[in-house]
Design a protein around this ligand. Sequence first.
Ligand SMILES: NC(=O)c1ccc[n+]([C@@H]2O[C@H](COP(=O)([O-])OP(=O)(O)OC[C@H]3O[C@@H](n4cnc5c(N)ncnc54)[C@H](O)[C@@H]3O)[C@@H](O)[C@H]2O)c1
Ligand SMILES: N[C@H](CO)Cc1c[nH]c[nH+]1
Length: 851
Amino acid sequence: MSVFLPLLESAADSALVDALGRIGPVIVPSLVQVPVSDTCGRYILFDHDSSFDLDKVVDFLDGGAEKVIIPVSWAKEIAGTLPADRILLLLDVANVSAVTDKIREGVSGVLIKTPALDLDLISSVMRFFSDSSVYVLPTTLESPSQSTIRKILGAKAALVLPTSQLTLGASTKDQINVGEAFVSALTSDRRDGLFATVVSSYPQGGKSLGLVYSSVESIKESIVTGKGVYQSRKHGLWRKGETSGATQDVVHIFLDCDSDAIEFSVIQHGSGFCHLNRLSCFDDLYGLSALERTLQSRLSSAPEDSYTKRLFNDQSLLRSKIMEEADELCHAETKEDVAFEAADLLYFAMTRCVAAGVSLADIERSLDKKAKKVTRRPGNAKPQFAPKAAQPTSVYSVAAPAANGKPNGADNDFIRMRTFDLSVISKVERSQLLRRPVLKSDEMISKVKPIVDEVRDRGDTALLEFTAKFDKVNLSSPVLHTPFPDETTQIEENVRQAIDKAYANIRKFHEAQAENSTLKVETMPGVVCSRFARPIARVGLYVPGGTAILPSTALMLGVPAQVAGCQEIVIATPPKSDGSVSAEVMYVAKLVGASTVLKAGGGQAVAAMAYGTQTVPKVDKIFGPGNQWVTAAKMLVQNDTDALVSIDMPAGPSEVLVIADSTSNPDFVAADLLSQAEHGIDSQVVLVAVNLTSSELDAVEKAVDLQAKALSRVDIVRQSVAKSIIVKTSSVEEAVKFSNDYAPEHLILHLKEASQAVSLVQNAGSVFVGPYSPESCGDYASGTNHTLPTNGYARQFSGVNTLSFQKHITSQEVSADGLKVLGPIVATLADCEGLDAHANAVRIRLRQILN
Ligand SMILES: NC(=O)c1ccc[n+]([C@@H]2O[C@H](COP(=O)([O-])OP(=O)(O)OC[C@H]3O[C@@H](n4cnc5c(N)ncnc54)[C@H](O)[C@@H]3O)[C@@H](O)[C@H]2O)c1
Ligand SMILES: N[C@H](CO)Cc1c[nH]c[nH+]1
């Protein structure tokens, strides 16, 4: 976070803007035309009344702006479409309450305009935007000072200072010197008050040049003049190069993480930084920087027989070598060969750059600018380089919006998946296709931890507070206990009949899975080993309820718990806005014999079941799908040995993979893909096409677009379909191999010989065989369970089943005759491990038997 953020006004003079660019990003209002150097970070402020303009926002971000600062009305439109870490919210004190959870999650911080500097207000904004950056722009700050800057930093926020309040001259009542403002944050832990300062080379990718010291005075002078100025411990202020000519231009000055050391990123002139006339006091250059230096020196003076000189003089030779080396790199196979060929290519590419006056720093700047783009081009190869029969799009553009390069949004956009041909993509690209849209599990775990901790420590009070905060419901009690009042379970007759039939099918299939008999094996005469199952006593079932009410999930978790014989079943689900629980979920709760219904969702519900509260019973195992808050909380509590709780599996967003050949019905295929795409914006659906012609594929794509636009959840579908893929394959075996590697939650086989293909399946949560087995049947009522492993975990996890609610206990009974044979084996192994007591427990008995 910056010490302060300068807000550029149109009257700002260029020397002041340059100085500000050296010490951090600057805020540039979108309508203000002030030239800012390429190396300076820009935050673009949309602080005017014009109507929402997504293209403008995207243009600024693509153009290299680090962030955009947008009003709440714009954030409503943008949240979830553009990366949150590129967006700050512009807030007036008056409109804090207009910020929804969706907006809060869609931004990385806030710039709050406030008439007065109110620390209480700042800390409540801070809490509301937990973990985000908070910048404060006082609309009536009269005299900016170091103490004001420190006061705001103390609240973990940063002050925004308009350029009219900043000066390169001495501070006055109305203006503060830029250097003085910057050093406000510095604290020295040295007796002499100096700051250790690392000097690094900007053009050489941050190579360390040396270690020096700075004083408040030297830093201030450097910021204002843009020259390297330090503090010699013997000779006072040290203007680098004043006598030797080896001056420095300062590009950036950075504070370290605890503000007691500094880095000066400089362009070093003359003989170098070191007094030994070398660039650096540390080691010499290596790698690409060393190559660049050699090439630059060859360009200015090279021996006659130099090959590099020949390349400089013969552009067509250089061109041919670049093409040759690029081709060799593409064909290299081993790690060593790839490194070898890449080094050759870089040598010729750098020769081309140095000949054109392009430096490594120019290349890095270009890379950094590209990394800031929020729209990606499809990445197709130009026709002369494209493989014959196919034009695959880039696998790396997972975050890419629609094929036209704009975020999906306008109603007339074609809703389409991205297409790849397995026969032309590389191994690396294939492995990219197997990955799901990025899941930030570490980040989510740290966000949910405070919620879990609060519920563990403060029980029901915290639980009710979080329900009020996240679900906007004020409850007097978080639970309903049996017997549930009749009015809470009243449902439509047709729904009741459907639930009853689904219950019967699910129960029938799950009863058949129960292990009721004891497994017995006599491993040696007189040595009988057995294994028997017992129910897990107390189970917690999470039934999602954020965007859709899911009584089907209550069935899928409740039936196996009941069949397994669990003694205490707690069902947790977010309350509706009137504080009640959906009657359908309550009906199922009664049907499966739940003893408690917890009216809470998200991380707080998981924590309540893991630790127990005054009213919520503690459980031994937590089951069920949910959004990222639920999943992160489940992962967190299962790792806490104090909670002593396990979970069913790490679940994630819903997904389906459909394998279709030319006998498939395109409308059925499209409907199956969309049935999972509608779950959430992070759902992913995959179509693996087996020898489909372009017109057959076209028919599926058109059906997806047409059906999607008729769905009530079309806004969700637009986003999930944009992240989804079509993979072209040339045989059923190749298609199933891809599916096994992907390990989908659901696998649907739209194949001529669908049932034969089942034998090839190695990894999948549940399989749907043939044209009349839509995945929806498994979601609701066929009898199989719909709580299944996602995100590739079908490689090692099974879906929820009756055994998930049981644990196994083994036992053994050894007779005296049995011990006569087994005993010596055991005693020998115990001796071998040096565990005398183990051996003794056997020998003491053997002695008695033999006597
Ligand atoms: N794999 C499966 O078997 C399966 C089945 C059904 C649903 N799902 C998945 O379950 C998920 C359901 O998600 P959902 O959101 O609809 O319901 P949910 O019940 O999982 O989550 C809603 C709760 O999340 C919490 N929450 C929301 N925003 C928060 C925030 N900013 N901070 C803290 N807590 C917050 C709230 O407490 C809210 O009650 C979807 O991703 C769906 O794909 C999976
Ligand atoms: N398809 C989901 C599992 O990924 C389960 C579900 C519930 N309701 C409808 N579908």
